[in-house]
Design a protein around this ligand. Structure first.
Ligand SMILES: CC(C)(COP(=O)(O)OP(=O)(O)OC[C@H]1O[C@@H](n2cnc3c(N)ncnc32)[C@H](O)[C@@H]1OP(=O)(O)O)[C@@H](O)C(=O)NCCC(=O)NCCS
Length: 152
């Protein structure tokens, strides 16, 4: 049964399939929601280089979101597998599919709880991360678009 369940997981990078309201509801229920509205969730994914999504039927059950310049640096966020489907290789598969799209790039991420998962994928602890939240978390306006300064 477990193998069958695992076999039916589908992986894609197509954001058009995502029902953002449903995804936020699932993340809330799964205790992995970080406060984004469905609109902010959609915008953060669409403004990323790409994301790998895992699907069980029409339910999104996993995400890996990648920020990248396409040349040398990438940063991975929103790494999540639905609780009831963990330890079946879904997280690993999503990360492998993401890393396969980032040849030649230094891929960085932050974790305070899942070191073993990342070291099992070949990541190594590198230095100390420094971070800052600018102003208030998620204060950006609903229609704020991207962060590019006005040109000309
Ligand atoms: C981290 C997370 C995405 C892993 O997803 P997953 O689908 O369960 O991962 P996999 O089944 O592919 O695990 C691959 C390997 O990683 C390691 N691993 C995964 N979860 C682990 C855990 N809780 N403790 C120790 N090692 C773990 C194991 O080596 C595992 O291989 P094994 O099951 O054969 O032992 C999932 O636990 C999750 O969503 N956690 C909550 C959200 C979170 O913390 N995200 C990371 C934020 S930085």
């Amino acid at each position: 049964v477990e193998e069958n369940r695992r076999a039916q997981i589908r992986y894609t990078t197509d954001l058009a399939e995502v029902d953002w309201d449903a995804l936020v509801r699932t993340l809330e229920q799964d205790d992995f929601h970080n406060g984004r509205t469905p609109e902010q969730m959609a915008r953060s994914f669409h403004n990323s280089a790409f994301a790998v999504l895992a699907w069980d039927g029409d339910a999104c059950v996993g995400t890996v979101r990648v920020l990248s310049d396409g040349v040398c640096n990438a940063y991975i966020v929103d790494v999540w597998t639905l609780s009831s489907l963990r330890r079946r290789g879904i997280g690993r598969r999503m990360m492998e599919l993401a890393l396969a799209r980032l040849p030649g790039q230094h891929v960085y991420l932050f974790t305070d709880t899942m070191a073993e998962f990342y070291t099992s994928l070949g990541f190594r602890l590198q230095g100390d991360g420094y971070g800052i939240v600018v102003g208030e978390w998620l204060q950006n306006a609903p229609d704020g678009g991207d962060a590019r300064p006005e040109s000309g």
